[in-house]
Design a protein around this ligand. Structure first.
Ligand code: FES
Length: 161
């Protein structure tokens, strides 16, 4: 993973979010969510400030940040494609969909394509378990996704990207 160097403005925004959350019990997760909402990811170089403010070690913050796949440590691509890998979707061909998405998009799972157009993420439940398998493209959920439908949905992504 490439080290990131955040701007002074980014550090200021994170400092404001730290000030907002530091008095809260169990502040780390809400703070990480707030930072990701604000910046689109949680840069590695803001971890020390968060750790210090919450009286945690950097390793503790880093451990939580890397444990939850939801948190991104690098900016996402312009379009984020998420393929559900939780149980119901897994039973309905999610792994095959994910492999197909990797091939069609030219992007490995957990990665962003070199041109920054797309990020491909396995996720664990999109709340559409009764209509598996499910994927999300940007803000839009898609249920009962067949391989053919996936191709057509991803063709739209490639055009937008
Ligand atoms: S298991 Fe895939 S949406 Fe819930």
């Amino acid at each position: 993973m490439k080290p990131t160097t955040s701007s002074a403005e980014t550090h200021d925004r994170v400092a404001a979010l730290i000030a907002e959350h530091r008095g809260q019990k169990g502040a780390l997760l809400p703070l990480l969510h707030a930072v990701q909402d604000a910046l689109g990811h949680v840069p590695d170089d803001v971890v020390p400030a968060m750790a210090s403010a919450l009286n945690l070690s950097r390793a503790e913050v880093h451990g939580v940040l890397t444990y939850y796949h939801f948190f991104r440590r690098e900016p996402a691509g312009r379009t984020v494609v998420q393929v559900c890998r939780a149980e119901a979707c897994q039973a309905c061909g999610a792994e095959d969909l994910l492999k197909r998405a990797e091939q069609v998009l030219g992007c490995a799972r957990h990665d962003t394509r070199a041109d920054g157009a797309v990020t491909l993420e396995p996720v664990y439940c999109l709340g559409l378990c009764a209509s598996s398998p499910a994927i999300q493209i940007g803000d839009r959920l898609h249920a009962r996704v067949t391989p053919e439908r996936l191709d057509s949905l991803l063709a739209g992504v490639k055009e937008v990207a």
